[in-house]
Design a protein around this ligand. Structure first.
Ligand code: F6R
Length: 618
């Protein structure tokens, strides 16, 4: 849940590390730190707050010299975010230094043992325990750093990606991973190496990267090579699995937008096109997707589909429940990863489990995947981040190809997940004979229209901004939708609360009268999705009920609607589409509404408080 990045080579390490930390800040931003080795001393600087705070602190006097170093941007797990708990952490002797992403679950037992051996601790972190454990083993066994790290990790229960340096062995870095991601970039002729939680910190330097696998340890030696071995049995990994990165610099920059979130909202037409490109051949009536085609029988024989996910991805799963049940007629259950994994779920070999995750690293979803696999279910992963843990753990899967999502609040991940899930549902519906050819063709033809319809909808941005300005100071919002748009109501509410800190609830519109209607008064804005298709008349009645209690209606309606226009305080029109695809359109104005409200309230929309992009802890 933290970001780590390091460098060893011939360039000045500091600017590379700081730039890398800025790119990794989406992973956590409550404190930051950097360590550099100048050939003689270890110079360490850390602070509570963001990377910008760290930069200020460094300019106040710490040396930034050195060709070796690493940095950390933190999302606190053990110990409050403060200067002392920030990483990097030094060992007792001051010779070893570490940054860590993850949790050492048995840190308390290890700490007691080290305390009994005279170690003193300055922070509340599990990481300081780990670096002292490494130091103790190194002394006891009189071994090299790599071996000491390996022996220490064999005593550890938990998850980690770590980067360790020994002042007495200044030409190497030790990297290890279990459960948290880590990538290594290889410079020309092994003259420099980069290490980071994802590849973004080093894309301008090299395209050659290795993603360490769980249970592996790498020794990165300057002017030599990377040596990888298994942590538990010393086995050497001969195949370094060097990959060519597809990422480009402009994909991870703001490209003229004020925030990543806005850029990513505007990227949705192209992101959705990238999701179906090569998979949807609308004119030929073909949907092809290797992960599905190769395992078609498993899907067709499935007694049910269980979808596991968290947050926004879980909302995409709820939309999929409607899609699969209506189009493919397969029963679906949608589960939070965190609930699924701990309630002894009944899973059989006849089940297909679909795990949805933008990052592919969400700990609860990953654990649900492992559990489902252990019970014999077939697991299909829908991830955005290529090579991520869930993508690798699943039996098969498909990437959304949305491009990097850097804003902490998910936007394009949601609509691209729904796009992919729609293709799955349509293909299965067709194969099972549950959808007739003309309807199938209509869906396919309509899907390729969605990007241009979103493009048109983005033209409503200024109008949405005006509505945002009117209600930005109110303390509560309600979001209502029915059918396919009930999950969109949940998603709209989540977007608002996470980036603007306004309390918001999403409800199925008809449930309102079973409780939430008590909240309605002249200060309660209610965003209602009232598109012409799907329960339209029922939603109009729900709008009347709100209006008669003086609630404020912001209605998302189909272009040309007149009925709701007469009742609502504001309408935002979306282009006409098939009911099953309405979430792809109705979501957009709700994303924009939250974005503008948050900006007007002075919130940091790309890095909302207490959040991080990838939740790699339970
Ligand atoms: C909300 C948001 C989170 C994520 C959730 C799952 O905007 O971003 O709710 O959707 O943490 O993350 P992934 O999809 O990476 O598994």
């Amino acid at each position: 849940m933290c970001g780590i990045t390091g460098y060893i080579g011939y360039r000045e390490a500091y600017p590379i590390i700081i730039q890398g930390l800025r790119r990794l800040e989406y992973r956590g931003y409550d404190s930051a730190g950097v360590v550099l080795f100048d050939g003689q001393d270890i110079n360490l600087s850390k602070t509570k707050g963001k990377v910008s705070e760290l930069e200020k602190k460094v300019t106040e006097g710490v040396s930034t010299k050195g060709n070796i170093g690493f940095g950390h941007t933190r999302w606190a797990t053990h110990g409050v975010p403060n200067h002392i708990n920030s990483h990097p952490h030094l060992s007792q002797s001051g010779n070893l230094v570490i940054v860590h992403n993850g949790i050492i679950e048995n840190y308390d037992t290890l700490k007691k043992e080290l305390l009994s051996r005279g170690y003193k601790f300055h922070s509340d972190t599990d990481t300081e325990v780990l670096i002292n454990l490494i130091e103790e083993i190194k002394l006891q066994e009189n071994c090299k750093l790599g071996k000491a790290v390996q022996l220490a990790l064999n005593q550890v229960v938990g998850a980690y990606a770590i980067l360790v340096f020994d002042k007495n062995k200044p030409n190497e870095l030790v990297v290890a991973k279990l459960g948290s991601p880590i990538a290594m970039g290889i410079g020309k002729d092994n003259k420099e190496f980069f290490i980071a939680s994802d590849a973004t910190p080093f894309i301008e330097y090299t395209k050659d990267a290795i993603y360490l696998e769980d249970g592996e340890l790498a020794i990165v030696k300057l002017d030599r090579d990377i040596h990888i071995r298994k942590i538990n049995d010393d086995q050497i990994v001969n195949d370094l699995r060097i990959q060519q990165l597809q990422l480009s610099l402009d994909q991870i920059e703001k490209g003229g937008y004020e925030h990543f979130m806005l850029k990513e909202i505007y990227e949705q037409p192209s992101a959705i096109t990238d999701t179906y490109r090569g998979r949807l051949l609308a004119n030929k009536g073909i949907i092809k997707m290797a992960g599905l085609d190769d395992n078609l029988e498993r899907f067709l024989n499935a007694k049910r589909i269980i979808i596991v996910a968290c947050g926004t991805s879980w909302h995409a799963g709820l939309v999929a429940e409607y899609l699969f049940e209506e189009i493919a007629r397969i029963p679906v259950e949608v589960e939070y990863g965190s609930e699924f994994r701990y309630r002894n779920p009944i899973i059989t070999e006849n089940d297909v489990v679909i795990a949805i995750s933008q990052s592919g690293e969400t700990a609860d979803t990953l654990a649900a995947v492992k559990l489902a696999k252990s019970k014999g279910a077939f697991v299909f992963g829908i991830c955005n981040v290529v090579g991520s843990s869930i993508a690798r753990e699943a039996h098969a899967g498909a990437y959304t190809h949305a491009g990097p999502e850097i804003g902490v609040a998910s936007t394009k991940a949601f609509t691209t997940q729904i796009t992919l899930l729609s293709l799955l549902a349509l293909k299965l519906g067709k194969e099972k004979g549950n959808i007739d050819t003309p309807s199938y063709q209509t869906y396919l033809q309509e899907m390729v229209q969605i990007p241009s319809k979103i493009e048109k909808l983005l033209g409503e941005d200024a109008h949405v901004k005006k509505i945002a300005a009117i209600y930005k100071d109110l303390p509560n919002f309600l979001y209502l939708g029915r059918g396919y748009n009930f999950p969109v109501a949940l998603e709209g509410a989540l977007k608002l609360k996470e980036i603007s800190y306004i309390h918001a609830e999403g409800y199925p519109a008809a449930e309102m009268k079973h409780g939430p209607i008590a909240l309605i008064d002249e200060n309660m804005p209610v965003a209602v999705i009232a598109t012409r298709r799907g329960h339209y008349q029922k939603v109009v009645s729900n709008i009347q009920e709100i209006k008669s209690r003086k609630g404020i209606i912001i209605a998302i309606v189909t272009e040309g609607d007149t009925t709701v226009k007469d009742i609502a305080d504001h309408i935002i029109e979306v282009p006409e589409t098939l009911e099953a695809f309405t979430p792809l359109l109705t979501t957009i104005p709700l994303q924009l509404l939250s974005y503008h409200i948050a900006v007007m309230r002075g919130c940091n929309v790309d890095q909302p408080r207490n959040l991080a992009k990838a939740v790699t802890v339970e």
